[in-house]
Design a protein around this ligand. Structure first.
Ligand code: ZN
Length: 689
């Protein structure tokens, strides 16, 4: 959809089709092309419909660019080819607004809303206009950047920022890159139109993904990112940010409507992108309902909403009510509940991301913001820590805007006791212990072990898998999210997770967070063989883990066993014994065992009674059992000291046969291996237990 016209121009070649074209035909063709391109732009960017492919549209744009290049006399100033055109500016020109740009007062509660109406009714009464109520238009308050668009003779002349309300900056060149803003409109009268430039959630996520892939720092806040983009001097950079714009007001010019609702309708008719979720409310009750509804419904939209703007619908009443101080009386910003809270930074730890970058993460005393508990906040990098002047133990102001990850905005230094600790720049990776280094021109620190993140991720996935700790609901995706968000950096961290760490993450809510916390709690007690398996010791699979557990009985004895003793265990050869021995010799593994115990993991060391008939016997399974999956049946056998193999030999003691057995059934008969059907298998399973 976004043909880079700068590139198109470089590759211009006169097309033979044009050479035979008459000049007046060219003029006509240019006009038609502009119309067609604009139609498809409108359908795609305003109506969210797509009727021709990106490639086809690019091709039309390309043809237009070629014709305009060859016949500059026909090139229109507001041609679609001019959306990303012009050179980078050295600075923005100031513009004096024709209509002073007021901002709205904020309110946060239904009581304040009622007081606002009361004040307005009294004010009108004093003016001799007695009323008992108003009609209101409620609009979603998009969290973006205010823009004032001026159209003259049906064409966009100026795009300006609010600035101080009286003087803003001319950002026309950048505004033109926003495809949902029409360059031409079917009305020749002068119009001043106000709107909000924003970045969609999708574009923001895509931008951050790109930043991450390139190992660059992530943008923390879409509003600031959009605002920063609008103030970029190079329009090509602005176009890359994929901004969008809702308009909602006709504030000046030659067109005047009777009501705010009429204004919205007219703007829509003229081809502007108007947010469709506005509502005409006859009572304050309806206003409050709308406000309440959007506190949760806002999550479904692809842009951030931080409240509802309530406007008196009738324009004549708006005029009567006028302005008080720096804000109009006739409108108010009914913000969603407060999004800042204070809390204490209990610790700062470093997390290693996919790119190997180390990110400091603040561990907070849990606090509830906008309905979810928060106990972590990213600090981005050491520069941010310095900028905040943050120390461990500090009281801080925490902010959560929309669905965005919470951010520490200020340190309350006046609450310091003198016991706060400085945050040290790490010299070694907290996960693998490799050296940490800094790339030139980057603030981030990196682990020098290229495999650091991937290794840790695999370790954790193995640890929580169904043959290990079996933490239900903690799959690969969740492990990745937890690592990326820095809420875990090793397996021991899993058991320290609180609801607040999870609930504010993307894709989670309070309920799903609680569910996962419950399943982690359930997994905290674990049998010795499962525990040994989960450690991911090289060459130690499920079977070896069971064999070790049977032979030694306690974790302590496994970890202190010498090579000879390890080798005496059935199923453990020279290589496996060495691997186990080495694992428990390593300092970081001993640390890990300690940390796991500290974080509440309990190993159930009593094994099944050894008198089970299965003890020491070898089994092979074939066909489908009705009461157990094959994995479950294998686990039951191993828990009783039996082994499970995959292929039959004369040494196999039993073949367990379910429905639809394969060729193993015949082979077992040839080899003289005892065959058990499901019922017989359960009899042995339950014997002596
Ligand atoms: Zn590392």
């Amino acid at each position: 959809m976004f043909c880079s016209l700068l590139v198109c121009k470089l590759t211009l070649r006169p097309s033979p089709a044009f050479e035979s074209m008459q000049k007046k035909d060219v003029k006509k063709r240019i006009k038609l092309l502009i119309k067609a391109i604009d139609k498809h732009r409108y359908e795609y960017h305003v109506l969210n419909k797509q009727s021709i492919s990106d490639e086809a549209l690019d091709s039309l744009k390309h043809e237009l660019a070629q014709l305009e290049e060859q016949y500059p006399e026909f090139a229109a100033k507001n041609s679609p080819t001019q959306r990303v055109a012009g050179n980078a500016l050295t600075k923005f020109v100031k513009v004096v607004h024709e209509v002073v740009q007021y901002s709205f007062y904020d309110i946060f509660s239904p009581e304040e809303l009622e007081q606002w109406q009361e004040r307005n009714l009294r004010y009108l009464e004093k003016q001799g206009g007695l009323r008992s109520t108003f009609e209101y238009i409620c609009e979603l308050k998009i969290d973006g950047l205010h823009v004032i668009l001026t159209y003259e003779h049906g064409s966009l002349q100026l795009g300006a920022t609010r600035g101080d309300g009286k003087v803003g900056e001319d950002v026309t060149q950048n505004v033109k890159t926003i495809e949902s803003i029409p360059l031409v409109i079917p009305l020749k009268k002068k119009m001043l139109i106000e709107g909000e430039i924003f970045m969609s959630k999708k574009s923001f996520a895509a931008l951050n993904k790109k930043q991450a892939d390139e190992g660059k720092e992530l943008f923390a806040n879409p509003r600031n990112t959009a605002a920063g983009a609008v103030r970029q001097l190079d329009p090509q950079l602005v176009a890359n940010r994929k901004l969008d714009c809702f308009v909602y007001d006709i504030s000046g010019g030659e067109v005047m409507q009777k009501t705010q609702k009429h204004e919205l309708t007219q703007l829509h008719t003229l081809g502007f992108k108007v947010n469709k979720h506005y509502r005409l409310c006859k009572t304050l009750h309806e206003v409050v309902d709308f406000w309440k509804h959007w506190q949760t419904a806002k999550k479904r939209e692809d842009y951030w909403i931080d409240g509802v703007v309530v406007k008196v619908n009738e324009v004549s009443l708006q005029k009567q009510l006028g302005v008080v101080g720096k804000a109009p009386r006739w409108a108010i910003a009914f913000k969603f509940p407060a999004e800042q809270k204070t809390t204490v930074v209990e610790d700062v730890r470093f997390q290693v991301g996919r790119t190997g970058a180390l990110t400091p993460v603040a561990h907070l005393a849990p606090v509830n913001i906008v309905g979810s508990t928060v106990s972590r906040a990213t600090l981005h990098n050491m520069d941010e820590i310095q900028r905040l002047g943050l120390k461990i133990g500090d009281s801080v102001v925490l902010q959560k805007a929309g669905d965005i990850i919470p951010d520490i905005v200020t340190v309350l230094t006046e609450l310091r006791t003198g016991n706060e600790k400085d945050i040290q720049t790490p010299k070694k990776c907290p996960i693998c212990g490799f050296e940490v280094f800094q790339k030139p021109d980057e603030v981030a620190l990196y682990c020098s072990n290229l495999k650091c993140y991937a290794q840790e991720k695999e370790k954790i996935i193995h640890f929580v898998s169904n043959k290990g700790f079996d933490i239900v609901g903690m799959g690969k995706r969740v492990v990745e999210i937890f690592l990326d968000e820095g809420i875990i950096s090793d397996v021991a961290d899993i058991f320290l997770l609180k609801i607040g760490d999870i609930a504010s993450l993307k894709g989670f809510g309070e309920k799903s967070a609680q569910k996962l916390i419950d399943s982690i709690a359930r997994a905290q007690k674990i049998s010795l063989p499962r525990f040994l398996y989960s450690l991911g010791i090289r060459h130690v699979g499920e079977q070896t883990a069971y064999a070790l557990a049977h032979a030694f009985g306690t974790l302590e004895r496994v970890t202190t066993a010498d090579l000879e003793h390890l080798r005496s265990v059935p199923d453990v050869g020279k290589v496996v014994a060495a691997s186990i021995h080495n694992f428990f010799l390593q300092k970081e593994n001993r640390e890990l065992l300690k940390n796991l115990q500290k974080s509440g993991v309990v190993i159930l060391e009593e094994m099944q009674p050894l008198r089970s008939e299965m003890f020491g016997k070898s089994f092979v399974l074939t066909g489908t059992l009705e009461k157990l999956t094959r994995d479950q049946a294998s686990a039951e056998i191993r828990a009783r000291g039996g082994t499970v193999g995959s292929s039959l030999s004369s040494k196999t003691d039993y073949l367990v046969v379910g429905n639809d057995p394969g060729s193993k059934f015949d082979k077992a008969q040839q080899l003289g291996v005892k065959i058990l059907n499901e019922q017989a298998f359960f009899e042995i399973l339950n014997s002596g237990a």
